[in-house]
Design a protein around this ligand. Structure first.
Ligand code: AMP
Length: 282
């Protein structure tokens, strides 16, 4: 597994892989890896990528003032061991000055998909995400890039960007990997201690309640979303940020009778801001 620490090294690796006829898969992460991240590497391999590059970069441009950029958990040695075990061919670990040298002034803005949900409470967040992912795409020149459905809105933003800017990259969405009790795996779960960790189950519990209703024949968007919202609102240690029903593909808000719906939720539990979602369809 090759370690690449600058955009130039990343580009050289990608050019050599392309010249050798390899299909390149890209898995962007912020590190402090868990089974969810590992699953993305596996999916890239299953999609026929003979060369899979994972990236580890805690991107300052997607954190707002007062957010957890400085506290974000980091463990490079453990991450590299996990990626090697998962079968990654290369890991790109640029430093902040490599990605944002002095005088940096170019950003990518995806208008529609960035609005509402997490975009409402984290102004500038998706601009930071789109910008860094565009830079990763240009350096790693992947054929395929894999992103988790856990970050549902992020996936929609990246799909829109890849399409609108003609990146010619296949964007693959990967299923959410959960802890045995239902909590969606996240690097930020490291912030959850004691009662907060137990309380954090309310997000997935709410989504599973919506799924049980859907499986029982319920098709009213408002009723499905209310089931999730009530479960989170009923947990004293959780502070609900949003619970909404969206079109799984376009992210358009949904009301009334639905055939397919993504129920998307966000809540603060102790020091952790958590997001989760579930897609329900016939
Ligand atoms: P992060 O390191 O949190 O920025 O996540 C890097 C990538 O892993 C993103 O595409 C996430 O959507 C994905 N990811 C994070 N958590 C999970 C999970 N529990 N299941 C599947 N994918 C995930």
């Amino acid at each position: 597994m090759e370690l690449l620490r600058s955009p130039g090294a990343m580009r050289a690796w990608a050019d050599a892989r392309r010249a050798g006829g390899a299909r390149i898969g890209l898995v962007p992460t912020m590190g402090y890896l868990h089974e969810g991240h590992v699953s993305l590497v596996r999916i890239a391999r299953e999609r026929g990528c003979g060369a899979v590059a994972a990236t580890i970069f805690v991107n300052p441009a997607q954190f707002g003032p007062g957010e957890d950029f400085d506290k974000y958990p980091r463990d490079e040695a453990r991450d590299l061991a996990m990626l090697s075990e998962a079968g990654a061919s290369a890991v790109y670990l640029p430093g902040v000055p490599d990605m944002y040298p002095e005088g940096f002034q170019t950003y990518v803005e995806v208008t529609g998909a960035s609005q509402g949900l997490c975009g409402a409470s984290r102004p500038g967040h998706f601009r930071g995400v789109a910008t860094v992912v565009a830079k990763l795409f240009l350096a790693a020149k992947p054929h395929v890039a894999v992103f988790g459905e856990k970050d549902f809105q992020q996936l929609a933003v990246i799909r829109a960007m890849a399409r609108d800017l003609d990146f010619g990259i296949e964007i693959v969405g990967a299923p959410i990997v959960r802890e045995p009790d239902g909590l969606a795996m996240s690097s930020r779960n490291a912030y959850l201690k004691g009662d907060d960790r137990i309380a954090a189950r309310c997000l997935s519990r709410g989504l599973f309640r919506a799924r049980a209703l859907f499986d029982g024949g319920e098709r009213d968007a408002g009723t499905l979303v209310a089931a999730a919202r009530e479960e989170i609102a009923g947990e004293p240690l959780a502070k609900l940020e949003y619970a909404e029903g969206r079109d799984p593909r376009t992210l358009a808000p949904l009301e009334g009778r639905v055939d397919a719906i993504a129920v998307v939720v966000a809540a603060k539990v102790g020091p952790a801001r958590l997001i989760d979602n579930i897609t329900l369809r016939d």
